[in-house]
Design a protein around this ligand. Sequence first.
Ligand code: URA
Length: 326
Amino acid sequence: MSALDAARPGSAPRVNPLQRIWLREIGMERLWLRPAPAPAALPLAAPAATPASAAAPVPSAPTPVAAQPMAQPAAAQPLAAPVQPAPPGAVADAPVERAAGRPGVPSSILNRSGPPPRPVPKADIAETAPPPIPVAEAVKDANLEQLSQQVVACTACGLCQGRRHAVFGQGAQPTRWLVVGEAPGEQEDRQGQPFVGRSGQLLDAMLSAVGMSRERDVFITNVIKCRPPGNRNPKPEEIAACSPYLMRQIALLKPERILVLGRFAAQTLLGTDATIGSLRGRIHQLKTDEGAQIPVIVSYHPAYLLRSPSEKARAWQDLKLAARAL
Ligand code: URA
C-alpha cells in the first residue's frame, strides 16, 4: 500500500521510514504528512435529483398513441448534467498549485475541502445519466414557443437523422381552423414551413375559396414534423413519437375546428382504420384531455387532388361542411 493509498481524511497518512526519507528528499515531508482537512460532501458529477414526474410517462392526449423517449434539449431539460470529459488543455489552463498540498493538483480541486474527487468510472456515468423524458411528459406544460423549440430539437425517432428542418407549423392565432396534413415534403423540409410546395398552393386556393387564410384564420401543421425519406409513409413508431406534439398544439391553439387532410392524418387523429371515403362528408368530434370537443372534418389531401382533379368537387363539399360546422 502506498502513502497515497494510506492517506485518509482527518489523519496523517502512514508512511514507512524509507518513504519519509524520500519525501524529505523532495521537500514534501511536512506538506504531505499534514493531516488532511475533514471531508465535505462533494461527489464529482453527483446526479441531480430527477423530478418524480420525469420518470413516469403520461398517456398522450386524445389519440391512443404511446409516448416515446425524447432526447432532451439542454435548455429545456435541466436534469443531471452529463459528465463531460475534460477538454484538451483544460488541466494546462487551470492554475496548478505546487506550493501547498499535493504536487501537480490543480488549485481548483485543492480549494475544495475534502479529498480530491476520484475519477468517475464509465459504468457509473451510464448508471447515473438521466433517463430520457417521454415526449408526452416533456410537452405537457410547454407553451407554443417552447413546444416549437422541443420539436426543432426532437430526436425521438429516426426521422431526425435525415431532416434539414423539423416543421412545427405556421399560421394564425387565435386559430379558427387547424389544418392537419401528413408530413413535410421536400420543400417543407428545406424551408421549415408547412405546405409550401405545390400541395400548399392548392391548399391556399381551397382555403381562400371559403374566405380563410393562413395569415388570418388558419394554423397549418402535420401529424409528423420531420420528412420521411423519399416521402414514404410514416411508420407507426414515428407516429407514436410525434403525436404528443400535435395533441399539445391542439390544446394550446384551441381551434374552433380541425380540417384533416388525407387518410393518414384522418386515421391518426380519429384513431381509426376507416377509409377516407367513409370518414368524409360528416362531422366528427375530437375530445381533448382538457374536456373540450372540437369538430373534425375530413377531406382529401391536396397532393391526391393534384393527381385526381375530378375529386376536387368532393373536396369543395368538405370545405363547405367545415365552414358551417359548429
Ligand atoms: N404534404 C403534407 O402533408 N404536409 C406538408 O406540409 C406538405 C405536403
